[in-house]
Design a binder for this molecule. Structure first.
Ligand code: ZN
Length: 211
């Protein structure tokens, strides 16, 4: 089942499509002017009592209504909720802007990480660690990984959404894995020694939302 798109259809085709969507409970994409702002929402006819309005964290608006409720009533309902809807949309937008603040371009972050690796390496060299191969990948679930046997450190290019100190933390964290493979007490004790701000940076990283 796809969405019926309202635009680019002749009125007659449109009416037919609307009826079809209504009958089969398919989502329709609609637009409405609220305080001079065009707002898109999807409308789905369901077995609900009246009209339900839902705004998701990504700012998408879903309306479900009983099939007997005419469009004009739905429009009036949305207009009566204008302030609430627009406030919610503004909040979603600022939230997304905050979450996705980008500090570096992809090239910049790669160069930064390579430089940091060289900077921190002397400490590990003294402990007999061989300089690892540095790789980059876009990852969703972790900021970096360490393959101790193959001597590879992989860094998440999404670190471009992280401030410098957090990137430093990830570099130290991954290098420390060459000394302690898992997240044991010894691992954190070692990390504390070379990068005392690790806890603070770890929490900051947790706040970054990568989709
Ligand atoms: Zn780790």
């Amino acid at each position: 089942m796809g969405d019926c798109v309202r635009r680019m259809q002749s009125p007659c085709v449109l009416l037919f499509l609307q009826q079809l969507c209504k009958k089969n409970g398919i989502k329709m994409i609609r637009e409405i002017e609220l305080n001079n702002r065009t707002v898109k929402y999807d409308l789905q006819y369901k077995r609900v009592k009246n009209i339900n309005l839902r705004i998701k964290p990504d700012g998408s608006i879903s309306v479900s209504a009983h099939k007997r409720i005419p469009q004009t009533i739905i429009d009036d309902f949305l207009i009566s909720k204008s302030d609430f809807i627009l406030r919610a949309l503004d909040k979603c937008e600022s939230e997304q802007a905050r979450v996705q603040k980008r500090y570096f371009s992809e090239d910049e972050v790669k160069n930064k990480i390579l430089r940091l690796c060289e900077e921190v390496y002397p400490y590990y060299k003294e402990k007999g660690i061989q300089y690892p191969q540095i790789k980059f990948r876009k990852m969703v679930s972790r900021w970096g990984s360490c393959h101790t046997q193959k001597k590879i450190l992989t860094f998440n290019t999404n670190l471009m959404y992280a401030p410098t100190e957090c990137i430093e933390y990830v570099v130290y964290h991954e290098f420390t894995h060459f000394l302690h493979g898992n997240h044991s007490r010894k691992f954190y004790k070692e990390l504390e020694k070379v990068f005392p701000k690790w806890k603070e940076c770890r929490s900051k990283l947790k706040e970054i939302n990568i989709r």
